[in-house]
Design a protein around this ligand. Sequence first.
Ligand SMILES: [Zn+2]
Length: 450
Amino acid sequence: MNKLRVLALCLAVSAALLGCTRQVSPEVQRELEQQFHTQSSSENTASTGSSAAVQQSTPSESAPSAPDEPQPVYTQVSFKAVGDNLIHNTIYLQAADRAAEGEEYDFYPAYSRVEPLLEGADLAFINQETLLASQVFEPSSYPMFNSPTQVGDTMLSLGFNLISHANNHALDKGVKGIEATLDYWDAKIEEGADILVTGIFRNEEDMNTPRIIEKNGITFALVAFTEHTNGLMLPSTSENRIIYTSETELMQQQIEAARELADVVLVSVHWGVENSHSVTDAQRNLAQQLIDWGADVILGTHPHVLQPIEQLTSTDGKSTGYVIYSLGNFISAQSAGDNLIGGVLSITFEKEQLSGVVTISKPVLTPIVTHYETAWQKNLELYPLSEYTQELAQSHGVVRNTPAFSLEYIHQMLESVIGDEYLDDIPIPAPAQDSQEETDSPQTEQEEAA
Ligand SMILES: [Zn+2]
């Protein structure tokens, strides 16, 4: 067996092991076969040519191959994704309290415990649910959000470099909110941030400029769509653009353009029913279309709770991809137990540079918990579930709304929604003593998401 045959076999095996996608698209298959044939014939030529001595002396199957034979070159990209970064007033007021002298806000402490889950990621996606337009508008909470730009600074420091604003809050502050948010990100890009920002656009041309980023020899495209913008529409005089899931042709064009340019197409979709773990028919149908058009990974957001992960096959059977219907919240001050359980999704992409074959590992979700104390949502902080304790669960401010909230509750929800196949393995600790304290704080204004 010569080395190229071994390579082909390795690719097939590693594709099968890794789990997925465009392993061998027809073009790649052709390329691979062509390379195989070219190599075989050049070897044949060599074996009968003037420099045939070495070749002729190695006729057996186990013979070493020609010294100039290309060796497979594998590169990998570690990818992470989180859901809605939903910045209620509790969160920015707390960040103001935590700020050092001379600073306005410090959001980092709320996220610091989950930073290790993002370390080492080449690419990290986030749905920035709220606008970052504090240069022109005061910060605001539900139902018309605006967040301090320092939220963005913290997201950059945590390593997020794929940012979507395609969500129902994109128009909370009108076109000025969109422009100010884009100004903020553009300034960061000018300062050297290697990031893709998408979902809200300056104009048509901006919308049609593919968002492409390369890491370790693998190119990624990011496109982002939203089901709606809470009934708000861009004024007809505005050049700004948002892509809605009702714009079928436009979505298809965007994905097909991305497919042409990138090894991997990531699609962010803001869809589904809030506070529901159930996937709607509309989500399922669109997910299938996105895969058919060329999506590799679909990152669902908006329900503010987790929804299942599935592998989908294109209708023509030629490619596969993964969808997580909802990543849940990254951070929020919402008031039901399930809103406070999210996750960090991890995927490894591997490309064999000679053949261009890209394999996608099975996604794994590492659960995270937003913790706060009392109904006033004090000391709000994100935890990896692996560091979350029964004592913390029982002292969680959400217990007044979700009395059953506990480690068992969290694990049961994760098992039933995500399931073992896609869950990071986190042992369930032994039940703690029953030390649940009654919360007698006054009813807080419920911060419902939008
Ligand atoms: Zn939303």
